[in-house]
Design a protein around this ligand. Structure first.
Ligand code: PFF
Length: 463
């Protein structure tokens, strides 16, 4: 039941920008640098690059091709491929449904920090306890989450070409220029601390990039590989229906292989540059101690780094949070689109109606996520041993459990039921070449499902 009026991106560039806009998000700027810092810099980066070129490439190709082949959004696409496998669509649609409310809450934090630097109050954000005081307050996080979500919903209501594509084409090039600018600036930094030790940006670069295997146990290496794989999922927006939805808007004349390569290069380059912006700067002003800040790296450590830069720090902070805002908005737009388009296809709803339904539940859940740090605060120990609040529980269910499961089932469906040739055929439409065909088949049939199973078992605490 293919609708003739299905929206599409205007061309290859529009598709690449939108997909790169989705891929480049909080994952690249907030998550990648703190994982790289935690996992010994270079070792993590090498693992990540190898996985991106093999495992990431296979999953991204599969999802985009499924979307374009079926011309359906995730909820109905898998059913169209094989009527017994519609469950993957339901699970794939559940992932963005869980993610959207909490992604918007984090987006609200980012907007709050942007407003702080716009109004020249960077010094306040550098105070100890600022971030905790902020997220545990009642009304402010709610207001910023609402503003953030309103912008996301506005872009979705504008449509595929006039909303998603148009804003990605504006925001992504600006983001690239700003990221390169701040990364270069980060390398020029130097600082002498109270003990008289001088550290430079170039020394920080070495900490970030040079692999250091000294004293590393097999178990530690295994954890780094699993971290890199989990990060890759998060980063290229697979296993949550997004790339199926975006693939369904790609025109038949679009060269999928070239597009996929460019999306991957874009996403990986921005993640590497984000580390380059952040890690040398944190090293210069806080030394190795600053590296272990974890998820608080950009909200807790960076404001201190900006404050230590003196007068210039306010501007750097502003540009930095502008970058994060652009990256986050183009990603939450894609998360919302995966759900909105699914409702449109499955229940034949208009874009507006579908958006209103998604907005209503997102706001309710978004409020609950924000209240999880104050009125509804509790501590919960997750099966992988970490202690978290509502946001962490939702993140755990979607990222640690459902995403590996969706990707695993997709590999089985494509590798063994409909066969890799179905995907290869779609990608080579219009006589385009499928590079790394042999690698693709081996990955989708054997290596990716095996790795995913290990990741899933590790996530649920069985490893
Ligand atoms: N790939 C985007 C990012 O890196 O932030 C979008 C995204 C990924 C959103 C994973 C949500 C998510 F759980």
């Amino acid at each position: 039941m293919e609708k003739k009026s299905r929206s599409s991106f205007s061309g290859q560039l529009g598709f690449i920008m939108a997909a790169a806009g989705s891929a480049v998000g909080l994952g690249n700027i907030w998550r990648f640098p703190y994982l790289a810092a935690k996992d010994g810099g270079g070792v993590f980066i090498v693992c990540y690059l190898v996985l991106a070129l093999t495992f990431g490439f296979a999953l991204l190709t599969t999802e985009i091709a499924i979307g374009r082949k079926t011309r359906q959004s995730p909820l109905t696409a898998y059913k169209k491929l094989d009527k017994h496998w519609g469950i993957i669509g339901v699970l794939a649609c559940l992932v963005p449904t869980i993610i959207l409310p909490y992604y918007c809450s984090i987006g609200g934090w980012v907007f709050k920090y942007l407003s702080i630097y716009v109004t020249g109050q960077g010094a306040a954000a550098a105070q100890d306890g600022f971030f905790t005081d902020y997220i545990t307050s009642t009304s402010q996080p709610l207001i910023w989450m609402l503003i953030y979500f309103a912008i996301t919903a506005f872009i979705i209501i504008c449509g595929v070409e006039k909303g998603i594509e148009k804003y990605s084409k504006i925001l992504m090039p600006i983001l690239v220029v700003l990221v390169i600018g701040i990364s270069l600036f980060s390398l020029t930094l130097n600082y002498t601390d109270t003990e008289g030790v001088t550290r430079t940006g170039l020394q920080g670069l070495k900490v970030y990039l040079v692999p250091d295997f000294t004293g590393m146990t097999v178990k530690q290496f295994f954890i780094i590989v699993m971290d890199a794989m989990g990060q890759l999922f998060f980063s290229i927006s697979v296993a949550m229906g997004i790339m199926v939805a975006y693939g369904s808007y790609a025109r038949k004349e679009t060269n999928l292989m070239t597009s996929i390569n460019q999306i991957e290069i874009f996403d990986t380059a921005i993640a590497l540059l984000a580390g380059l912006m952040i890690i040398p700067a944190v090293f210069v002003f806080m030394g190795m101690d600053g590296m272990s800040a974890g998820p608080g790296l950009i909200f807790v450590s960076l404001p201190k780094v900006f404050a230590a830069m003196g007068g210039f720090g306010g501007i750097v902070g502003l540009v930095f949070f502008l970058i994060v805002s652009f990256a986050a908005v183009t990603s939450s737009v894609s998360v919302m689109e995966a759900i909105v388009s699914s409702l449109m296809d499955a229940f034949h709803l208009s874009r507006k109606k579908s958006s209103v339904i998604v907005a209503a539940y997102t706001l309710v859940l978004g409020v609950i996520v924000c209240l999880g740090y104050n009125a509804l605060y509790f501590e919960f120990t997750l099966p992988n041993g970490t202690v978290g609040q509502i946001l962490d529980i939702m993140d755990y269910i979607s990222n640690n459990c459902l995403m590996p499961l969706v990707a695993f089932l997709t590999c089985i469906l494509v590798g063994w039921v409909i066969k890799p040739e179905t995907i290869i055929e779609e990608v080579t439409q219009g006589k385009y070449k499928f590079q790394r065909k042999g690698l693709y088949i081996v990955m989708i049939k054997f290596v990716a499902p095996a790795l995913l199973l290990v990741l899933l078992l590790q996530s649920v605490g069985l490893f």
